[in-house]
Design a protein around this ligand. Structure first.
Ligand SMILES: Nc1ncnc2c1ncn2[C@@H]1O[C@H](COP(=O)(O)OP(=O)(O)OP(=O)(O)O)[C@@H](O)[C@H]1O
Ligand SMILES: C[C@H](N)[C@H](N)CCCCCC(=O)O
Ligand SMILES: [Mg+2]
Length: 241
């Protein structure tokens, strides 16, 4: 199991796309774990779309995760790679490099930050991806393309798939589940996140996914005012928690 600390369980939260509710669900999951008195850490290795603060570039997802977890983690511990521009991270990193700011977005650096969080021995660590499952990180030192999914595979993390419920999500969900399994990883479960309550045949689509994904349905999350409220729609027993 890679270098996963014996006492920690870690989940990698991916999605069928960007903007499908990975952060919304992750904050809900961290809230649910806190309510069960489990200690939690959070990690958002790569974030694109940041605001310049007195403490450097910061991203809203990472701030939400930092606040929602129970460990006292610094911003940089939660989010080691913070890219200014809200775009594909390897392009944002190239733009930063063009302005003289070289960003190390290597798998090695991402793993190092993760090991650091694991050493803190939280009961559960929630790791949020960026974009969808096969997020490109750019070329490594051998000139090969690397992907955030390479990090997940190297750490053998259990994966949670957030499906943003909208027309087209069946194909995206199936492709993502296939790829997760082709990486030799476990799809620990999936989440139906209601992006559009008026989606025609929402419940039929969820029923279809139950049959298609062959993994536990962790929760159906309706449109909610606050991500913390998502905790009430999450079945932790699916994750053996
Ligand atoms: N169930 C929900 N109820 C209400 N709003 C939601 C819900 N799910 C997501 N949202 C909103 O939709 C937007 C996208 O969600 P979120 O930021 O969690 O997506 P993401 O998959 O984490 O995106 P990214 O790829 O940028 O990390 C946010 O404004 C979020 O508050
Ligand atoms: C800026 C955005 N909200 C995400 N953080 C990054 C999404 C990258 C998507 C890359 C892609 O697959 O095209
Ligand atoms: Mg997010």
């Amino acid at each position: 199991m890679g270098n996963l600390a014996a006492n920690s369980r870690a989940f990698f939260v991916t999605g069928t796309d960007t903007e499908v509710g990975k952060t919304f669900f992750s904050v809900g999951l961290l809230s649910a774990l806190k309510a069960k008195a489990l200690t939690t850490g959070a990690y958002k290795p790569v974030a694109a779309g940041c605001t310049l603060t007195s403490e450097g570039w910061q991203n809203d997802d990472a701030l939400a995760l930092q606040q929602a977890c129970s460990l006292e983690l610094s911003y940089a511990e939660v989010n080691p790679v913070a890219l200014a521009e809200p775009m594909a991270p390897h392009i944002a990193a190239q733009k930063a490099a063009d302005s003289g700011n070289i960003v190390d977005m290597s798998i090695g650096r991402i793993q190092q930050g993760f090991s650091h969080i694991l050493q803190k021995q939280a009961d559960v660590v929630v790791v949020e991806g960026a974009g969808g499952w096969r997020l490109p990180l750019g070329l490594n030192q051998q000139g090969e393309q690397s992907y955030l999914s390479d990090f997940v595979a190297q750490q053998n993390l259990a994966v949670i798939l957030v499906v943003g419920m909208r027309l087209g999500c069946l194909n995206h969900a199936i492709l993502t589940a296939d790829s997760i399994r082709q990486h030799g990883l476990k799809l620990a479960g999936w989440v139906a996140n209601t992006m559009d309550p008026a989606m025609p045949c929402l419940s039929e689509n969820i029923e279809s996914l139950k049959g298609l994904l062959n993994a536990p349905l962790i929760g159906v999350i309706p449109q909610l005012a606050k991500p913390e409220d998502a905790q009430h729609y999450i079945d932790l027993s699916c994750l053996a928690l």
